[in-house]
Ligand binder design. Sequence first.
Ligand code: PLP
Length: 399
Amino acid sequence: MLYFDHNSTYPLCAEAREAWLRATEEFIGNPSSPHRLGARAAAALDGARETVARYLGCKPEEIVWTSGATEAINTAVAHLAATRAGEALVSAIEHPAVLAAVERYFAGRYRVIPALASGVVDLQWLEAMLGKVDTPMVSLMAANNETGALQPWREVLTLCKGRGVPYLCDAAQWIGKLPSDGLGECDFAVGCAHKFGGPQGTGFLKYNVENGLQSLLVGGGQEEGHRAGTENVAGILSMVAGLETRARGMASGVEGTTGPAKEKVGSASFESDVVAKHRTLRADFCGRLAQAVPGVAFTLPSEAEALWNTVSVIMPEADDCRQRWVVKLDALGVAVSTGSACASGKEKPSHVLRAMGIPAEEAGRVLRFSSGWETTAEDWDRLLEKLVLADQALRRSRA
Ligand code: PLP
């Protein structure tokens, strides 16, 4: 099967699988247990915490293990809603995990930051609003899961820092794909393993140790009282192995380095050869798709800054929605998505595309192709071939 759905979930990489298997043999104790096997598991978690903290640029004690991005987001939002007055500012294009958590915990106490046709949020609107209202939280993701549009999160971080406003950055789609520097400076930053080749059901929340953190779950006192429940030791060690693999991969092509060259890889403008290669594959595919399938359009303008792996396309008119494209492509051996995995299957057009001003009818025809680090030029060629075949078949069935 040709897999172009990495934004939904990324297959477990070899290093992460190996780390998981090793951990299930070596770290069999409960990290909270008082005996040596427990201490060994706790020490392994400490090491993992240091690695993630180094990657993000924060203190190890600011990392809390969670079951994924959804739990991390809910924890941060619930904490801020319980401890701060005022109206939260939340971007219109956030993942449902953020929008639903804000709806629940800030009920009636939030405003939506509008998005522009370019796929990014309206920074001017946010800047003007930050001066006007008492703000307990700004929430803006790093990269959008549906369109791949990179958000001006570093600018928002600076704005929030200057005004002492807590900033929550959902970096689930950014981490493991692009340099991480700045993420550790966010009051809250969120990541999950299954977007970069670690196991599903594992993630983390970076919080600001000076501001504290209320636990969302109640029970035991694990994670210094910030997250009740026995830690998923093997999952966490596997996640960290995946993260290290991505950091090494991203650094490849940097002159004179064999591992992550922090000063270079960490720079916002730096792009390694390997990222540049994937960007070129993506751009070539977009150009060829526009030629090969009459009537396609892209949800982002060509000059938009986007993840190197994500292409979001408005497919030509079909008598019924995008599900038909997905089913057809599946039958041809290609896995793609209609947008976000969570929204798939729902008939409602994507809130992200609607916020960008894309009409509901067009939003209903959007497909998302998301590649991985292992995806080759030949894979993109095969995807294009299958799209041409699917297009021909769907046109015939409409005739
Ligand atoms: N945030 C973003 C941007 C995502 O893409 C996803 C997953 O689709 C999530 C949050 C939720 O992640 P998880 O499945 O780990 O809870």
